[in-house]
Ligand binder design. Structure first.
Ligand SMILES: [Zn+2]
Length: 512
């Protein structure tokens, strides 16, 4: 019996677990079998590895090869195990010295010609290897910049199985190959809004105010307005006025990007992410899924903003999928053998036209929708979803002039971000004895029952709203949360009557 060993990393959600790949080569009916809970894509590794070895000058002898991935109980998915399997085979056959590869982690999918393909999930895999005390990891050249973002581990980028085998000590002739690189399209260009500044937004002072309040309190936001009123323009500017991510948060965002597609990340971006799935998106596109489980838009937005433009156009069952992440800050995807949990803590921004044609209630425009169609349109956004949205704003079509405030210099995103950071600091300090850090998360009962309870002279407008039936109790709590954020932005220790009035105004958009 001759045994070869190499190491790989299995990713369960964003968590990587080192896996030992063992290959036993013995005489018998020639063949190769894979055991240890592989999924289908991984099951196909046998064929890829066989071809890649043959095309790298390492034809397999007539031996029986058994490949075992352990721990067996851990589900393993995807094609990133190819390289480790190939190296363990080479070690079992004595083509590379066994001790040369047994302690090294190999990550990468093989093309049939033996070249290494760009592979998804290299960043979380290298992090897991480092945390498990591994000294060296080999990755495809196309992912080498991404692997190099992890400090404390030596990462080697290589182009082909032949190159890896020679590096490990195989005596086969060198035949250099062109490395396989991923397409030029970078992740950033697709998923980060162009660097746009709040100062570019003209004539929308109420909407900007709502946006700043949403940023300061972490409140979910609903924007109602006709096409062309700048709802998308406003939403795209939210990440720019949010505080930068901590290193830890930014690393998580980068790991999600790495796992979403085979990209070669070159930096850890501290800007909060922005995701805007189209309204035709499926539930799997939104929350994640697929035969090899990939994170969805809610996870790619985690730490940043999820923007649903034309929210009523989304399929009701798709919108329903948002409930779990909104409640728990994470999303769990179940498969027969796998259960993957991904982070999904995002700030939700929904935008909608007032009716299917978009003109209802707008000055100088005529709505062509039937009254029934109009009522049904916004009713598509379910109560439980809207219940979590503290700020609801009506946005009018912007006028071309900057209006009566034209003499004021427009505020820039950087100026606003500084205010947001100070306001968030005040909230964190006030909430330090509680499980919450931002106003949006605070339970209503805490605001009305603790020492944060406001005097009746301040809550008068909303008390009256409840008495008259214009405001639900949930709506009452929402106004209170927003009032605290406005007070934080104002530098006040507690909301005034004026702050409560302002908060009430910021939920005028949609009745509750
Ligand atoms: Zn209409």
């Amino acid at each position: 019996m001759s045994l070869g060993r190499a190491r790989a990393v299995a990713l369960v959600g964003l968590t990587g677990v080192p896996v030992d790949v063992e290959v036993d080569a013995r005489s018998g009916l020639p063949g190769m079998s894979l055991i240890g809970m592989p999924d289908r894509a991984l099951g196909e590794a046998v064929e890829r590895v066989r071809s890649a070895l043959g095309n790298s000058g390492c034809d397999l002898p007539a031996r029986r090869l058994t490949i075992n991935l352990s721990p067996a109980a851990l589900p393993k998915q995807g094609s990133g195990f190819d390289l480790a399997i190939a190296l363990a085979v080479l070690a079992a056959l004595g083509i590379v010295p066994r001790e040369g590869v047994a302690a090294t982690v190999f990550v990468g999918e093989l093309a049939l010609d033996g070249r290494l393909r760009p592979t998804a999930g290299v960043l979380p895999a290298v992090l897991a290897a480092r945390d498990a005390g591994v000294h060296t990891v080999v990755v495809p050249t196309a992912n080498s910049a991404e692997a190099a973002l992890v400090t404390g581990i030596r990462s080697l980028g290589m182009s082909s199985l032949r190159e890896v085998a020679i590096h490990a000590g195989a005596r086969i002739s060198v035949k250099p190959v062109e490395p396989l690189l991923q397409s030029e399209q970078s992740f950033e260009s697709d998923h980060t809004p162009e660097l746009s500044d709040l100062a570019d937004v003209i004539g929308q002072s109420d909407a900007i105010d709502g946006l700043i309040t949403a940023a300061a309190g972490g409140h979910h936001l609903f924007l109602l307005g006709p096409p062309g009123s700048g709802k998308t323009m406003l939403a795209k500017r939210l990440p720019g006025i949010l505080p930068e991510l901590s290193t830890e948060e930014a690393m998580q965002v980068a790991c999600v990007r790495s796992l979403s597609q085979a990209v070669n990340l070159t930096t850890i971006d501290l800007r909060p992410p922005f995701e805007a799935p189209h309204h035709t998106a499926t539930a799997a596109a939104l929350v994640g899924g697929g035969s090899v489980i990939r994170p969805g838009a809610v996870t790619r937005a985690s730490g940043g903003v999820l923007f649903l433009d034309e929210a009523p156009e989304f399929h009701a069952s798709v919108l329903d999928c948002l409930r779990e992440p909104l409640e728990t800050g994470s999303v769990t995807i179940l498969r027969a053998t796998t259960r993957a949990t991904f982070p999904a803590r995002f700030q939700l921004v929904m935008a909608a036209n007032p009716c299917p044609c978009g003109n209802y209630g707008m000055p100088r425009s005529e709505c062509s929708c039937a009254p029934m169609a109009r009522r049904r349109y916004l009713a598509r956004l379910s109560g439980p979803l809207l219940d979590r949205v503290d700020i609801r704003l009506t946005v009018a079509r912007a006028t071309t002039s900057r209006g009566p405030m034209a003499n004021d210099a427009p505020v820039t995103s950087a100026q606003v971000r500084d205010r947001v950071i100070i306001a968030r600091g005040a909230a964190r300090e006030r909430l330090r004895q509680t499980p919450w850090t931002i106003n949006a998360d605070v339970a209503g009962a805490y605001l009305t029952g603790s020492n944060l309870r406001l005097p009746r002279s301040v809550t008068k407008p909303i008390d009256m709203g409840v008495e008259r039936g214009n405001l639900s109790l949930r709506g009452y709590d929402r106004v209170l949360r927003v009032a605290w954020t406005i007070a934080d932005l104002d530098g006040s220790t507690s909301p005034s009557l004026e702050h409560v009035g302002r908060a009430l105004f910021l939920r005028q958009g949609v009745p509750t």
